[in-house]
Design a protein around this ligand. Structure first.
Ligand SMILES: NC(=O)C1=CN([C@@H]2O[C@H](COP(=O)(O)OP(=O)(O)OC[C@H]3O[C@@H](n4cnc5c(N)ncnc54)[C@H](O)[C@@H]3O)[C@@H](O)[C@H]2O)C=CC1
Ligand SMILES: CC(=O)C(=O)O
Ligand SMILES: [Mg+2]
Length: 372
């Protein structure tokens, strides 16, 4: 199979969908990899290192997009929709529940859209996990930075100092991102509370952190009490494939003290704060609403591309090898985890939560594969 890797074009997105190590894996399995010139530079990979690994370099995005399968990091932006065509295999983050126009474009052009974020093994999302680890760890760092007075915050140090209170951090959603946010917050010496809906998850967090964190059942009253008192609130909830629930109301944001900070990691699925109604970018990552600094960047790992690219491709490339070697029909049929990643095919949505988000009819993935 011929695999194309275009340069990412989202604001300050310096990740790339393939490392030279990934190229070697695919080429040794008998495939051809075409990298758009310069695509790896933001992550520290030159064209020469790709060529040495066995890739071919193409000059334009159009050429990279003309291959049988395109691997990307971020969901395609509008200017990339023109490359969609029937039969194209697109393997990338799609976040379709939050992207009505992209969903429509993929359906209209009958693209085979396999979303990293919905590939599922049991309850785990193996192609989302490494980026959630990165974004979770970053969220505390970012929160700490925006709590500084010069960055618009109330001017507190999360760990406090002897004789002065620690900062209070509330993390809503104690999955991969939330746990990694907590690790950093505990490491800084903050006073940390984690809320989750799953009693089992709360038990695991209690085992993991012991007395370093307070765990609370996620319900409106607990959210209200925790958020009001917090200096930093991190949103890390996920209902796989679905739009994020708005768990923090505008009224509650108004009750936070001025200069508090919210970091909405879940913004890529629509965000959990009523006041994070728009996505921000690395160029201009925050806005202030009701005195509270809001950070809502949907591609946080793009700011640490070297770490993120390697972490992402470590997990995506083995699936890419399966798709390329078996063909997408057989790869999807024989691997239930990958099949969960199939969001669009033959002009249909094959992921229930995405169909529901846009009031589109849902089609069964296996039935659609039989019709190829
Ligand atoms: N902004 C960015 O750059 C990035 C965003 N993300 C996003 O971060 C979010 C979290 O991802 P993961 O941690 O991997 O998901 P996860 O599935 O590991 O964790 C989600 C947690 O939310 C909990 N949850 C569900 N409903 C809840 C509720 N009502 N209240 C409290 N907790 C609830 C679940 O029980 C689970 O423990 C996703 O939306 C993901 O797409 C991930 C990476 C980068
Ligand atoms: C998960 C995701 O959206 C990202 O890494 O940008
Ligand atoms: Mg995202």
């Amino acid at each position: 199979m011929r695999i194309g890797v275009p340069t990412e074009i989202k604001n300050n997105e310096n990740r790339v969908a393939m490392t030279p190590a990934g190229v070697v894996n695919l080429v040794r399995s008998g495939h051809e990899v075409y990298i758009e010139s310069g695509a790896g530079l933001g992550s520290g990979f030159t064209d020469e290192t790709y060529v040495a690994a066995g890739a071919k370099i193409v000059d334009t995005a159009q050429e990279a997009w003309s291959m049988d399968m395109v691997m990307k990091v971020k969901e395609p932006l509008k200017s990339e929709y023109e490359y969609f065509r029937e039969g194209l295999i697109l393997f990338t983050y799609l976040h379709l529940a939050a992207e009505p126009e992209l969903t429509k474009a993929l359906i209209e052009k009958k693209v085979i859209g396999i979303a990293y974020e919905t590939v599922q093994v049991g309850n785990a999302l193996p192609l989302l996990t490494p980026m959630s680890e990165v974004a979770g760890r970053m969220s505390t760092q970012i929160g700490a930075q925006f709590l500084e007075k010069i960055h618009g915050g109330k001017g507190i140090l999360l760990g406090g100092v002897p004789g002065v209170q620690r900062g209070k951090v509330t993390i809503i959603g104690g999955g991969v991102a939330g746990t990694n946010a907590a690790k950093m917050a505990v490491g800084l010496g903050a006073d940390v509370t984690i809320l989750d809906l799953s009693p089992d998850r709360l038990r695991q967090l209690d085992d993991l952190f012991g007395k370093d964190v307070t765990t609370l059942m996620s319900n409106p009253l607990n959210i209200e009490q925790a958020v009001k008192q917090s200096d930093l609130v991190i949103g890390a909830v996920l209902i796989p494939g679905a739009k994020a629930p708005k768990l923090v109301t505008e009224d509650l944001i108004k009750q936070m003290t001025p200069g508090s900070v919210v970091v909405d990691i879940a913004i890529d699925q629509g965000g959990i704060f009523a006041t994070t109604d728009k996505i921000t970018t690395h160029d201009d990552p925050t806005y202030v609403k009701h005195g509270v600094v809001h950070y809502a960047v949907a591609n946080m790992p793009g700011a640490v591309p070297r770490t993120s690219t390697i972490a992402l491709t470590n997990v995506t490339v083995p699936y890419a090898v399966q798709i390329a070697s078996k063909g997408y029909v057989e790869a999807l049929r024989s691997n239930a985890a990958l099949l969960k990643g199939l969001n669009t095919i033959n002009g249909y949505v094959t992921y229930q939560a995405v169909a529901e988000a846009h009031d589109l009819s849902y089609a069964d993935a296996l039935t659609q594969l039989q019709q190829v």
